[in-house]
Design a protein around this ligand. Structure first.
Ligand code: NAD
Length: 497
């Protein structure tokens, strides 16, 4: 660790934290040659520190180091040993849990308690889950003719390139590092330029865990430069991307123009929650409120459209607003804070602009809609009612604490309204009728549908979108297929049979 790499920052809880500011390539922190990038604390709008970024040559160095490690070392490491190393990494994360959570809290603005108990805790679970898979990946033997032996091998792809967003820095990294490494790939990851700190800290843990040099490389930088060099690199076999649909298209183009690399795209959403008249409305209000306002509405799967049976609209709204009023907004380092600031000024402006758009479109602002406090990018949880599917606030991803509520008369109408979207990431239905729940779960065009709950994740269950929310599955056994390719071997027996 060079002195130029490490900086000490002061947190609002009075504690100091050490942060890495350089790129992690070939198990060393090294200077980048792109522009220095300021990372901002969204709770007070102040610069936390400046972080190095990777230019094209730095991206090349990172990819070459991953490529060399894959061919010379990592693909010869026994699967059980891969699993042991990933478990070791999870142990180190457990040890440094508070530190990782502090970095996400200061860099992203999410509540420290949530970062610790959800983001970092579930990320550790993700590493352990995939560590367990490392030595259980195998092909099949297939009987063809008597004089031949045929089998399949599930082989690693080589070097995986990963690009992640800012909304769950530690967790989005885990969802890609863990399956990529368990299946025997090496990896170059670009963190979001907005939240690089926890991902860089991860480099320190990778080295301490004993991974071979080049197995894990972490770079940062802007998307149109660093991200673009990575996704266009001919030695990258696959791009695993999480971010907006607009960027997903660009990654698809650069893959097409380089080497037709395999792609996995986890993109945006505008997910619907359907509240039926026969639902337990009190419970529905609690789940639906978390479904949109968790992580300050900055979740790809946020249930940002709610369709309520008109017979129970008023009652549900009353319960929903009562639940929303319980949200504690404040400094991310206050232990009882649930909602911190939005990520940055441009998101803050964009969300407040949607409040104006909603009002101009004739929807009714039922709660919130303003800045909270006078410092930091805080926005009150915001509820619009009387929304129509033609409204921009019903169609566009706002990515903030902003929900658009409409009504329906029949369940068929609710399904049509929910499916009337370019996106198809997730959805939810609240009902006490089994038949209704089966009908809705079968008909919704979405990769995940929750019944009488929302935003519930497990390492063992896959997650990924339909339509323009992308393709490919993260988590669960399904993720293993995304990071492997199937080779067929046919052997002719030479002995006389
Ligand atoms: P974004 O698309 O702006 O950026 C995501 C990442 O892509 C960043 O690291 C960025 O630097 C990089 N990037 C930008 N342009 C690039 C390019 N041309 N080539 C390569 N990389 C490039 O998204 P964001 O604002 O960071 O995150 C919010 C978006 O992410 C929302 O749309 C949200 O729905 C989506 N998201 C989806 C999921 C999911 O699982 N489906 C999860 C989290 C977030």
């Amino acid at each position: 660790m060079s002195q130029a790499d490490i900086q000490t920052i002061r947190l609002s809880n009075g504690k100091d934290a050490k942060v890495h500011t350089q790129l992690f390539i070939n198990n060393e922190f090294v200077a980048g040659h792109g522009p220095l990038i300021e990372t901002i604390n969204p709770a007070n709008e102040e610069v936390i520190c400046k972080v190095h970024s990777a230019d094209e040559n730095d991206v090349n160095l990172a990819v070459e180091s991953a490529y060399k490690c894959y061919y010379e070392t990592w693909r010869k490491v026994a699967p059980a040993e891969r699993g042991r190393l990933i478990h070791k990494l999870a142990d180190l994360m457990e040890r440094d849990k508070d530190e990782l959570a502090m970095l996400d809290a200061v860099d992203n603005g999410k509540a420290f308690a949530v970062a610790r108990d959800v983001d970092v805790t579930e990320s550790i679970g993700c590493y352990r889950y995939f560590a367990g898979w490392a030595d259980k990946i195998h092909g099949k033997t297939i009987d063809t003719t008597f004089d031949k032996v045929c089998y399949t091998r599930h082989e690693a792809l080589g070097v995986v390139g990963a690009v992640i967003p800012w909304n769950y820095p530690t967790m989005m990294a885990a969802w890609k590092f863990a399956p990529a490494l368990a299946t025997g790939n090496t990896i170059v990851m670009k963190s979001s330029e907005v939240t690089p700190l926890s991902t860089l800290k991860f480099g320190e843990l990778v080295k301490e865990a004993g991974f071979p040099a080049g197995c894990v490389n972490i770079i940062t930088g802007y998307g149109h430069t660093t991200g673009n060099y990575l996704s266009g690199h001919p030695k990258i076999s696959k791009m695993a991307f999480t971010g907006s649909t607009v960027t997903g298209r660009k990654i698809m183009e650069s893959s097409a123009h380089s080497n037709l690399k395999k792609l996995q795209l986890e993109l945006g959403g505008k997910s619907a929650q359907i509240v039926c008249a026969d639902a337990d409305l009190e419970s529905a209000a609690v789940w639906a409120c978390g479904g949109i306002f968790n992580n300050h509405g900055q979740s790809c799967n946020a249930g940002s459209r709610i369709f309520v049976d008109e017979k129970v609209h008023d009652k549900f709204l009353e319960l929903f607003i009562a639940e929303t009023k319980k949200i504690v907004i404040g400094d991310p380092f206050n232990e009882d804070t649930f909602q911190g600031p939005q990520i940055n000024k441009s998101q803050f402006d964009k969300i407040l602009n949607y409040v104006k758009i909603g009002q101009e479109e004739g929807a009714v602002l039922a709660y919130g809609g303003k800045r909270w406090g006078d410092k930091g990018y805080y926005i009150e949880p915001t509820i619009f009612t009387h929304c129509k599917n033609s409204n921009r606030i019903m169609r566009e991803e706002i990515f903030g604490p902003f929900v658009s509520i409409g009504t329906f008369k029949t369940i068929e109408e609710a399904i049509d309204l929910a499916n009337d979207s370019d996106y198809g990431l997730a959805g939810g239905v609240y009902t006490s009728d089994l038949d209704t729940s089966i009908k809705v779960t079968n008909e919704l065009q979405a990769g995940t549908v929750w019944v009488n709950c929302y935003d519930v994740f497990d390492q063992s269950t896959p997650f990924g979108g339909y339509k323009q929310s992308g393709f490919g599955k993260e988590l669960g056994k399904y993720a293993l297929h995304e990071y492997t390719q199937v080779k067929v071997v046919k052997i002719q027996r030479l002995s006389k049979i």
